[in-house]
Design a protein around this ligand. Sequence first.
Ligand SMILES: C[S@@+](CC[C@H](N)C(=O)[O-])C[C@H]1O[C@@H](n2cnc3c(N)ncnc32)[C@H](O)[C@@H]1O
Length: 283
Amino acid sequence: MSNNHPIDSHNATSGGKMSEARYLDDHYEATKVDYEQMLRSVGIEKGWNVLDAGGGGGSYLRLLTELVGDSGTVMITDLASENVQHVAARIDRGEFRCRVETRTANVVELPFPDDAFDAVWCAAVTQYLSDDEVVTAFNEFKRVVRPGGLVAIKEGDITAWHFGPFPSAVIWRSFIEYMDRPERGFMRAPKFAAMFRAAGLENIVSRTTLIEKYQPLSPVERRFIREAFKYMSSLNLKLDLSDDDKEWWLALSNVDDPQHILNDEDFFYREPHNVTVGRVPTT
Ligand SMILES: C[S@@+](CC[C@H](N)C(=O)[O-])C[C@H]1O[C@@H](n2cnc3c(N)ncnc32)[C@H](O)[C@@H]1O
């Protein structure tokens, strides 16, 4: 687990930025239609036993439990104990229609025997891992899924992240800076299919969905984008960028300014998400 991310906002104790349950709820609500379509596309079946690895506050639990049905089971794990407790409280309140269990666990060292699950779903977790840890996590996912079962990961792909009105080149120059930093974890999605193949998975399908938001933003969309801008600009203000570029990021961080681009009638926000699915070989 890479703990050297410079931003403290929304940190769960696992060190994952923007991973605290309340923020995750806003993010999920703002993007729910697209996110749920991504999970529905994976091919999870009724009666299956599914692992939601790094499940955070349990954003996907309702849909996962619907997909596996009354006879299925879901195990949700997370490295941050407060997220695990948040989910445990939801289970105690009887929110889910099938059996749901929770456990504190690291995706690079899963406390489950071989072939324990029919599928693994892992959303927005690999961005927090080093390159070597991602390889280990993919091998772990393949190990705990039975032959013929599915491994599915979802991750943001910042290489196509964009918003405006804002100078595109200022955004792209920040991406170049990320390439030698832990933030390159946001840029791995184009390599996932090859990484799944290297892990020995088959029938690999990798698709990217572009989530777009325009005016008028709903309150939850606005809250979520405000937080994303505060996070991205505080990160970028610490990079080795020109003073001119830093001026742009400073202005973006000032989300309460009436002149902020969030109040521009031509405002747009684009966030790409990749889902890669592979099958564990049967022989
Ligand atoms: C951005 S959140 C995503 C949560 C959830 N999957 C979702 O999409 O709403 C990232 C989650 O990964 C967890 N996490 C970070 N590193 C982890 C690791 N090595 N093993 C397990 N969970 C981890 C964090 O605690 C956090 O809950």
